[in-house]
Ligand binder design. Structure first.
Ligand SMILES: *[C@@H]1O[C@H](CO)[C@@H](O)[C@H](O)[C@H]1NC(C)=O
Ligand SMILES: *[C@@H]1O[C@H](CO)[C@@H](O)[C@H](O)[C@H]1NC(C)=O
Ligand SMILES: *[C@@H]1O[C@H](CO)[C@@H](O)[C@H](O)[C@H]1NC(C)=O
Ligand SMILES: *[C@@H]1O[C@H](CO)[C@@H](O)[C@H](O)[C@H]1NC(C)=O
Ligand SMILES: *[C@@H]1O[C@H](CO)[C@@H](O)[C@H](O)[C@H]1NC(C)=O
Ligand SMILES: *[C@@H]1O[C@H](CO)[C@@H](O)[C@H](O)[C@H]1NC(C)=O
Length: 379
């Protein structure tokens, strides 16, 4: 279906090997060195199409910048990020800005679970619990970068791959993961995540952890944004944000966003949102051979930028940047509490310890697919 453009790949590799100041402009994608890690060269790949400019980084397969036009055609970078590779590498500086998190996104209670009669112990990085895959999750590794050319229209996309070994951070079995970022039309971004599991079953539950502020990454809080979330229920959590196993109706609570509503109105009642919604499956459409459903819509009143999210996942973690500490971001920005929101589609949190939740275990020799389609508009 898709062919790797060898020309671009070879050009990119030579560029990197020779440590040239790489302004590798071939088609839509430009690849530049961003810094060095002990594992190799970190690069940023910039993908441009129409009015959208997307900057990606192979450190954590992340979105580091995304420029979108507003209602008057003014462009702004609508995702939070950091100024240096060193900060992206430091767990105290990087709250997973724009990254792919895994092998298992969200929390695993006590950093442990039983699968096929074996108790696995995962690296714990949030008190007694595991968050987003452990100390060295998929956000803290270097992924391989490839530029892919669409046979049909010649458009380019960026693909990151990572081979996670048996026992990595305590997880069972070998798994190869792949994330492709593609601007599918003038105002659409497709994030296509896949995983191929080896000869041992393993939980696999990736999430794309972009911090959005549709007014611009340095424009203040998202409190006056309106949001709609296609869900009647959330997975109830205890004080350490671990699900109790119960699903709770949102009707009549501050969690109810079944109709579009301003985030700031009720945010204080819940000390900031950080909760998984059980998506009910809004309007459907087909992407490749998969069915995706409408999951959420965010609207920023000043720029009038709007984002709709469609996915094939069952859960959506809605997080309102509650713990952003007034930290130094890219381009001189300072990020404080509620300066962004995250819409992390995924399986349910701690599903490995809740038999009543949909399973996130992928059996041996099976594949995982996770699709996010973002539709942007100004209106
Ligand atoms: C990591 O970040 C913390 C907080 O900003 C800082 O105190 C520490 O020195 C950083 N570590 C490295 C290795 O840069
Ligand atoms: C840590 O988690 C394990 C497994 O859930 C639990 O048995 C243990 O009591 C927890 N320890 C603390 C200190 O919370
Ligand atoms: C995990 O820890 C438990 C108890 O400490 C131990 O019995 C078990 O063998 C460990 N699991 C693995 C896969 O090492
Ligand atoms: C499973 O695959 C690994 C390589 O990923 C290999 O070393 C191992 O022998 C295989 N185990 C079985 C039972 O086939
Ligand atoms: C929304 O908040 C932003 C940032 O605080 C502010 O610039 C903008 O004027 C507000 N818009 C409305 C319509 O209140
Ligand atoms: C899983 O994905 C791999 C790589 O894309 C493919 O070769 C294989 O046929 C797929 N397996 C299944 C069971 O769908």
């Amino acid at each position: 279906m898709q062919l790797v453009s060898m020309k671009i790949v070879i050009h990119t590799l030579m560029c990197l090997m020779m440590a040239m100041a790489c302004r590798n402009v071939v088609g839509d994608v430009e690849v530049k060195e961003f810094g060095r890690t002990t594992e190799g060269v970190a690069v940023v790949a910039t993908l441009t199409r129409g009015p959208i400019k997307l900057e990606l980084m192979n450190w954590g397969a992340r979105i580091s910048r995304l420029f979108l036009p507003d209602a008057d055609g003014n462009s702004a970078d609508v995702v939070l990020g950091l100024p240096t590779l060193r900060m992206y590498q430091n767990e105290s500086d990087d709250p997973y800005f724009g990254a792919i998190v895994g092998r298992v996104a969200n929390r695993i209670a006590g950093g442990t679970f039983v699968l096929d009669n074996v108790r696995y112990n995962i690296s714990r990085n949030e008190g007694n619990n595991t968050l987003h895959g452990g100390k060295i999750g998929f956000d803290k590794v270097l992924w391989h970068t490839k530029v892919i050319v669409d046979e049909k229209d010649g458009s380019e996309s960026v693909q990151f791959t990572y081979h996670s070994f048996d026992g990595e951070e305590g997880f069972p079995g070998d798994v190869k993961v792949q994330v492709t970022y593609k601007i599918t039309s003038e105002m659409e971004l497709l994030v296509h995540m896949t995983g191929t599991v080896g000869n041992k079953s393993t939980p696999l539950n990736l999430a794309q952890h972009t911090y959005w502020n549709l007014g611009g990454h340095n424009s203040g809080t998202i409190l006056n944004n309106t949001i709609e979330i296609a869900a009647d229920k959330v997975t109830k959590v205890d004080d350490s944000l671990i699900p109790t196993g119960e699903l709770e109706e949102v009707k009549g609570t501050p969690y109810d966003f079944t109709n579009p509503r301003e985030i700031g109105n009720t945010i204080e009642q819940v000390n900031g949102y950080d909760i998984n919604y059980a998506l009910k499956g809004g309007q459907a459409m087909k992407i490749m051979e998969h069915t995706v459903h409408f999951a959420a819509k965010v609207k920023e009143p000043k720029s009038r930028r709007t984002m709709e999210l469609y996915t094939n996942q069952k859960g959506l973690q809605f997080y309102t940047g509650n713990y952003l500490p007034g930290m130094a971001g890219k381009d001189g920005a300072v990020y404080g509490a509620h300066d962004a929101l995250c819409l992390e589609t995924q399986g349910f949190p701690d599903a490995v310890n809740h038999p009543s939740f949909p399973s996130v275990v992928i059996p041996a020799f099976h594949n995982y697919t996770h699709i996010m389609l973002f539709r942007f508009s100004t209106g």
